[in-house]
Design a protein around this ligand. Sequence first.
Ligand SMILES: Cc1cc2nc3c(=O)[nH]c(=O)nc-3n(C[C@H](O)[C@H](O)[C@H](O)COP(=O)(O)OP(=O)(O)OC[C@H]3O[C@@H](n4cnc5c(N)ncnc54)[C@H](O)[C@@H]3O)c2cc1C
Length: 340
Amino acid sequence: MTDGTGNIAVDLLIVGAGPVGLFGAYYAGVRKLSTAVLDSLEEPGGQITAMYPEKAIFDVAGFPAIKGRELVAQLLAQAAPHDPQYLLGHQAVGLERVVGDGEGAQFAVTTSEGTRIECRAIVITGGIGTFSPRPLPAGEEYLGRGLFHFVPDPTAYEGQHIVVVGGGDSALDWALMLEPIGKSVTIVHRRGEFRAHPHSVELLKASSVAMLTDAQVSAVRGEPDVAEVDVDIKGEISTLPCDKLVAALGFTANLGPLMEWGIDIQKRQIVVDTQGRTTVPGIYAAGDIVDYDGKVKLIATGFGEVATAVNNAAAYLNPKVSAFPGHLSDYAPEGGSPTA
Ligand SMILES: Cc1cc2nc3c(=O)[nH]c(=O)nc-3n(C[C@H](O)[C@H](O)[C@H](O)COP(=O)(O)OP(=O)(O)OC[C@H]3O[C@@H](n4cnc5c(N)ncnc54)[C@H](O)[C@@H]3O)c2cc1C
């Protein structure tokens, strides 16, 4: 798939590794399409990973309840036998039409990191657009040196002094998740009240997490990694030991470069037909980024849309095959039987 320069050539490029893009990667594999999945975030899972990894989700078919983080892990596992190539930390930026024969590349997409991906079709599952974590006003230069915007692997936090900054769902989810394993966990929020789900606020109040409200991190120190932070609480400075600083201040989302791809986008939503086709042949879209009359923005809806889009893309790439993939026992991956 790579040409030795770091550039990539695949049948299908999926833009967005949210739940919908991850399920699309599974279906692309079923259809034997070599696939790359791009996401501007460093972690897969889209809104789930960014905003509610610890929340229970009750409306995904087949799971009476599943934690966000667990659903993302299951989606990755479902796609894994087909070996999609993930490019995380890459925003899809430029789109170029490549002149090729019927079997050749139709498009070249360039990423923010300078990688060029040649592909024969594209499925855009970009959700609400590129997410950028809001930076910590003081100390953002410690990013990767003790300062993080995500907590993908809680074991790295064991026995550590942890400071979580923020007052929303992610901040509280992470503080509560880290409480049993951290040496100390402190949450710092600039307002008097938390904005998170009331149940999470109750759990926080009943926990051993130290709550500093009307407070902000005003300085971060340590060499080379974070070692302590100053917290300004209504003008009084307190210094806390801190090995891990988690800034959960929310995200800004922006459709950005996708707006320039020549696709019909109305009110920041991509227009598609019943096959998931955009107005540019060879480019499909699914999930929260797509709108039509009666659309319900849910994970379940996106799963159906991306199954339609990827299977129709497969038929577009090979007109001899049907969009209907057949019944999937024909494609069961090794060890994929529930009784295996
Ligand atoms: C707090 C909260 C709770 C929710 N609870 C539920 C629930 O209980 N049940 C439910 O069904 N739904 C729920 N939702 C909605 C659900 O999360 C979304 O419907 C779902 O995430 C949409 O998935 P998606 O893959 O289409 O988009 P997203 O999850 O938004 O993923 C899109 C991905 O595309 C990436 N991207 C965008 N543009 C680019 C680009 N140019 N280059 C590279 N990457 C790009 C983004 O970084 C992002 O990671 C909730 C949403 C929120 C905010």
